[in-house]
Design a protein around this ligand. Structure first.
Ligand SMILES: Nc1ncnc2c1ncn2[C@@H]1O[C@H](COP(=O)(O)OP(=O)(O)OP(=O)(O)O)[C@@H](O)[C@H]1O
Ligand SMILES: [Mg+2]
Length: 346
C-alpha cells in the first residue's frame, strides 16, 4: 500500500498572460507525492516543471485547482500561515543561488534570520547542517572560492536549516559534471533515508531519475502523460516520450556500420531481450541455444539493478536454421518476465 501523501495536486492549471494571448503552462495536473518518497518529475525544457514546483511552495498561485500540503490548501493560506508552511519546504536550484558577499555560514543561516534566534543557537544549527553535507571546513569561506559541487552542498545545507519535511530540487545536478552529480545524488539519498525528508526532484535527465527516485511522473506540455514506480515505468513505458527518456539510459542500439563490422552469419536475426521484474536467474541464452540448436551471439548488454531488480537487456544475434530461429522467437515471446523486440536486419 502507498503511504500517505505529503503533497497532492488536484487538477492544477496555470495560465500565463502574454502580450499575444494566454499560455497554458500547467494543464490539469494531478499528483500524489507519498510521504518519505523520492518523487521525480521529468520533462523537456518548457514542459512546466519549474512552474509546478513554484505552485507547490506557494511562490505561484495556480489559476485553478488545489495544492494540498499536509492537509493544508497552500493556495488559500494567509501570509503568516504561508511563512510557516514555506519553512517546511526547502528548495534547491541548478544555479545554487548563494549570495556572493556572504560567507557560507551566513548564507546557510539566511532562511532563519527572521526568527532572531540567539547567536549561539544559530551557530549550532549551522554547524549541524554543514557537517551533515560535509562542508564544515568551508563555513567561513565565500561562495566564489567553492567548486560547483561544494556550492550545491552549501545550498542543500541552507535548505536544511529550517528542518524541512520536504525538499524541492529544480535541476539540482544539471550544472555539475557526472562524478559530482553522483556525490550530490548520494547526499540527497542520505537525507531521504536518514532524515526522512521527502524529495521532489525535477530534471530532464533520466539518469537522475534512475539513480535517485522511487516514483516518476512524465510532464509534457503541462500534462502528466505517465506516472508510476520507477521500475514499472522504466521496464514498461507506455508513451513514446517515456520510451525516448528510457532509451537515454539503456544502450542497446547499434548503427549499421558497427553491425557490418561484426560480420554476422547470413540470415541472422537480431533481437533485443529486455528484462522485466521477475527475470531472475533463468539461463536464457544457454536454454535457447541447447533447446533450439541456434547460435546466440551477444552483441551488446546493458543491465543494471534498479530498485532491487535487473533492468536493461541484451542485444543478441540468432543464427542457424530459419525454422529453428522461428521456434526460438516463439519460445521467447511467451516468457512473461522478458520483453522481446525483433530488429529488422535486412
Ligand atoms: N513568470 C512567468 N511568466 C510568463 N511565462 C512564464 C513564467 N514562468 C514560466 N513561463 C512560461 O511557462 C513555460 C514553462 O516554463 P517552466 O520554467 O515551468 O518550464 P521548465 O519545464 O522548468 O523548463 P526548463 O527545463 O527549461 O527549466 C515556458 O514557456 C515559460 O516561458
Ligand atoms: Mg525549469
Amino acid at each position: 500500500m502507498m503511504s500517505e501523501s505529503i503533497i497532492s495536486l488536484q487538477n492544477v492549471k496555470k495560465n500565463y498572460r502574454h502580450s499575444d494571448g494566454i499560455q497554458t503552462v500547467l494543464d490539469g495536473v494531478n499528483l500524489n507525492i507519498p510521504q518519505g518518497s523520492v518523487f521525480g518529475i521529468i520533462g523537456h525544457s518548457g514542459a512546466g516543471k519549474s512552474t509546478l514546483l513554484r505552485c507547490i511552495n506557494g511562490l505561484e498561485k495556480p489559476t485553478s485547482g488545489n495544492v494540498i500540503f499536509k492537509g493544508h490548501q497552500v493556495n488559500k493560506l494567509d501570509n503568516h500561515q504561508m511563512l510557516k508552511i514555506r519553512s517546511e519546504i526547502g528548495m534547491i536550484f541548478q544555479q545554487f543561488n548563494l549570495l556572493p558577499l556572504y560567507t557560507i555560514a551566513e548564507n546557510v543561516a539566511l532562511p532563519i534570520k527572521y526568527l532572531h534566534l540567539d547567536r549561539n543557537l544559530v551557530h549550532k544549527k549551522v554547524t549541524k547542517v554543514l557537517s551533515l553535507v560535509g562542508l564544515l571546513n568551508k563555513a567561513n569561506d565565500y561562495p566564489s572560492s567553492l567548486s560547483g559541487g561544494q556550492k550545491q552542498r552549501a545550498a542543500i545545507a541552507r535548505a536544511l536549516i529550517s528542518q524541512p519535511k520536504i525538499i524541492l530540487c529544480d535541476e539540482a545536478t544539471s550544472a555539475l559534471d557526472p562524478e559530482i552529480t553522483g556525490s550530490i545524488i548520494k547526499l540527497l539519498k542520505k537525507l531521504n533515508q536518514q532524515e526522512g525528508i521527502t524529495l521532489v526532484v525535477v530534471t530532464h535527465e533520466m539518469k537522475v531519475i534512475e539513480d535517485l527516485c522511487d516514483y516518476v511522473a512524465v510532464l509534457h506540455d503541462g500534462k502528466i502523460i505517465e506516472k508510476g514506480s520507477v521500475y514499472s515505468t522504466f521496464s514498461n513505458p507506455q508513451k513514446s516520450l517515456t520510451q525516448n527518456f528510457v532509451n537515454t539510459v539503456i544502450h542497446l542500439s547499434i548503427d549499421r556500420k558497427s553491425l557490418d563490422a561484426i560480420k554476422l552469419p547470413e540470415h541472422s536475426k537480431l533481437i533485443k531481450i529486455l528484462y522485466k521484474k521477475g527475470t531472475t536467474n533463468v539461463p536464457l541464452i544457454s536454454i535457447i541455444s541447447r533447446k533450439f540448436n541456434v547460435d546466440v551471439n551477444i552483441i551488446l548488454g546493458d543491465v543494471d539493478i534498479l530498485q532491487g531488480s535487473p533492468f536493461g537487456g541484451l542485444l543478441v544475434a540468432l543464427s542457424g536454421d530459419s525454422q529453428n530461429i522461428s521456434h526460438t522467437l516463439a519460445y521467447l515471446k511467451q516468457i512473461k518476465s522478458i520483453g522481446l523486440k525483433v530488429i529488422d536486419n535486412d
